[in-house]
Write a protein that binds this ligand. Structure first.
Ligand code: FMN
Ligand code: SF4
Length: 483
C-alpha cells in the first residue's frame, strides 16, 4: 500500500454522537426526493466488491448474506458491487451480461428489501473493463510476447541478426539498457503486464467500443430493472473503460477523445441508451472521479464540467470517488496482475490511517463541493454523493448542512459495523464499532479473497450456523448487534 511521506498515524475521529431526537431532526436521516431518486435517508453504502459470487459471476448464499447484513442497518441506499455488463468470464466478479444472471439478482433484491423492512433502496453498479494480463517473467516476455521491430534492430545495431538472437540479447540486458531500446508501452508490458487502453484503436474491439457499449450497458440496466433492483449506477470511475474515456489521457481521434466535449460523449451516449431502455421513473446515475490524481490526468475542473453535462442529460444522482488508477499502480510480482489501488491515486480512493497532515478523513469533500457548486450554478439540482473516510454523524451532518453534498456515503465504516446507521439513528452512537482504516479489507480485495473486516471476522467463531471462509478461519458476516 502506498503511504504519504509524512506517515502520521490517525485514530478514528467520529465526533459527537447525536441523541435520538437530534438524529431524528437531522438532514442525514431525512428523506431525499429528486427526479426518480426517493430515499428514506441520505445515508448510502457505496459499491464494495467482496469476491463472493461463483466463478461464473452468479449470486451465492455468501453474496446474499453480505447484502442482507448491510440491509439490517437500514441505510437509505446500498449499491451492489461493480457487476460486469458483458457475458465473458471474469473470475468471481458478479455479472449481469445475460438473462441467466437475473434470478440470482432477483433473490438479492428480495433479500435486501425484506431485511431492511423496505427502507433501503438497492442499486447496482454496472462496470465494463478492458483486459489486463499478469506480469510476465522477462524470459517469457522476450521469447513469446515482444514483437521485434526495426526500431529494436536499429537501437541494437543489429539489422542483420536473426530474430532469436535479438530476443536472447534483450533478455540478458539490464533494466537501464532496456529503457533506451524498448518503447514506453513495451516497458510497461514487461514490467506491469499487458493492459489494454481505450486508445488502442488499432484493435477492432477497442475501436468499436463507442458502437457496442451503449447497447451492452442498456441490456444490463434492463436486466437490473427486471430483477427488481431499484436503480443503476453506471461505473464511470477508477481504472475501468468508461473512466478511461473521461480521462484527459484519452487522445482518441474519432470524436471520443481529446477535448472534454469529446471525452464525455460516450458516457453520455451510454446514459442515453440506458435511459431509453428502462422505465421513465427508474433511477439512473453514475459514479465518477472528482480527480484522477495522476500525472496528466483529469482534475476537478474536468469533473465539474462532466458533472454539469451529466446533470443536464438528466441523471438522477452523481456519486464522486477519486483516484484508483492503473497509471501509478505498484509493480506487481511476476505472475500477478497490477492492482489500481496501490499507488498515490489508490490512496486517495481508499485512504488508510497512515496519512499526511490533512489526514485520511474527508479528502473528497472539498472537490465534491466544488463540483456540486458548478452543477448548482448551472441551475441544476442533481443530488451529489460524497464518500471517503466518513465515519461520524457530526461530519456527515456538517457536509449536508453546508451544502457540500446531498448524500453522505460510507463504505468501510459500514463494513466495520453494518448496524451503525441504525445505532446512530437510535441515539446509541457510543455503540458504533469504528473502522480503524487499516485497509485489511482492501488487502483481501487485492488478492481477490473473500472480503471481511478485521474487527469482527474472528469473533464468536463457535456460534452455530455462521458462514465461514473455506479454511474455517474467518466468519463471513458481522455478529448480530445485541441492542
Ligand atoms: C473492499 C473494497 C471494495 C471496493 N469495491 C468498489 C467497487 O466495486 N466499486 C467502487 O466504485 N468502489 C469500490 N470501492 C471504493 C469504495 O466504494 C469507497 O469509495 C472507498 O472505500 C472510500 O470510502 P470509505 O472511506 O467510506 O471506505 C471499494 C472499497 C473497498 C474497501
Ligand atoms: S478491515 Fe475493517 S477496520 Fe480495517 S479498513 Fe476495513 S472495514 Fe475498516
Amino acid at each position: 500500500m502506498w503511504k504519504p511521506l509524512e506517515k502520521i498515524k490517525y485514530a478514528p475521529e467520529p465526533g459527537i454522537w447525536p441523541s435520538q431526537a437530534e438524529a431524528g431532526d437531522s438532514m442525514w436521516f431525512s428523506p431525499l426526493d429528486f427526479g426518480n431518486l426517493h430515499l428514506d435517508q441520505r445515508t448510502w453504502i457505496p459499491a464494495m466488491v467482496p469476491w463472493r459470487s461463483t466463478e461464473e459471476g452468479i449470486v451465492t448464499d455468501r453474496v446474499l448474506a453480505w447484502y442482507e447484513r448491510f440491509a439490517q442497518g437500514q441505510p437509505g441506499c446500498i449499491v451492489i458491487e461493480a457487476t460486469g455488463v458483458r457475458d465473458v468470464p471474469s473470475g468471481p466478479l458478479m455479472r449481469i451480461g445475460h438473462d441467466r444472471f437475473v434470478p440470482g439478482l432477483k433473490e438479492l433484491a428480495d433479500t435486501v428489501h425484506r431485511a431492511s423492512d423496505g427502507k433501503t433502496k438497492l442499486f447496482i453498479q454496472l462496470i465494463d473493463f478492458l483486459s489486463i494480463r499478469r506480469r510476465p517473467a522477462a524470459e517469457n516476455y522476450f521469447h513469446r510476447f515482444l514483437q521485434i521491430t526495426d526500431d529494436h534492430r536499429a537501437a541494437l545495431g543489429a539489422e542483420d541478426w536473426p530474430e532469436e538472437k535479438i530476443r536472447e540479447h534483450l533478455s540478458a540486458l539490464e533494466d537501464e539498457a532496456l529503457d533506451d531500446i524498448l518503447t514506453g508501452r513495451e516497458l510497461d508490458d514487461l514490467r506491469m503486464g499487458t493492459r489494454e487502453r481505450v486508445t488502442d484503436v488499432k484493435y477492432e474491439h477497442i475501436r468499436e467500443l463507442p458502437e457496442v457499449l451503449p447497447r451492452i450497458f442498456a441490456d444490463a440496466a434492463e436486466r437490473a430493472q427486471k430483477a427488481g433492483i431499484d436503480g443503476v449506477e453506471l461505473h464511470y470511475a477508477h481504472a475501468y473503460t468508461m473512466a478511461s474515456f473521461l480521462s484527459r489521457k484519452n487522445d482518441r481521434e474519432d470524436g471520443y477523445g481529446g477535448p472534454r466535449e469529446n471525452r464525455v460523449r460516450l458516457p453520455l451516449e451510454v446514459y442515453a441508451a440506458v435511459r431509453e431502455r428502462v422505465s421513465d421513473d427508474y433511477p439512473v446515475g453514475c459514479r465518477y472521479l472528482s480527480d484522477e490524481i495522476i500525472e496528466n490526468g483529469s482534475d476537478v475542473e474536468d469533473a465539474a464540467y462532466f458533472g454539469v453535462e451529466f446533470a443536464k442529460a438528466g441523471m438522477d444522482f452523481l456519486s464522486l470517488s477519486r483516484g484508483g488508477k492503473f497509471d501509478d499502480a505498484k509493480q506487481p510480482g511476476v505472475g500477478e496482475a497490477a492492482y489500481p489501488y496501490t499507488g498515490e491515486s489508490g490512496y486517495e480512493c481508499i485512504p488508510a490511517y497512515i496519512s499526511d497532515s490533512f489526514g485520511p478523513y474527508g479528502r473528497n469533500i472539498q472537490p465534491t463541493a466544488f463540483i456540486r457548486k458548478a452543477i448548482r450554478d448551472a441551475g441544476l439540482e442533481t443530488p451529489v454523493v460524497v464518500a471517503g473516510g466518513i465515519h461520524g454523524f457530526e461530519l456527515a451532518e456538517k457536509i449536508l448542512q453546508s451544502g457540500e453534498a446531498d448524500i453522505v456515503a460510507s463504505a468501510r465504516q459500514s463494513l466495520a459495523d453494518p448496524d451503525w446507521f441504525m445505532k446512530v439513528k437510535e441515539g446509541q452512537g457510543e455503540e458504533v464499532r469504528l473502522c480503524t482504516y487499516s485497509n485489511y479489507c482492501e488487502g483481501l480485495d487485492q488478492k481477490h479473497k473473500i472480503v471481511t473486516c478485521k474487527l469482527w471476522d474472528r469473533l464468536d467463531m463457535d456460534q452455530s450456523d455462521i458462514q465461514k471462509t473455506p479454511d474455517g478461519k474467518r466468519r463471513l458476516i458481522a455478529p448480530d448487534w445485541q441492542a
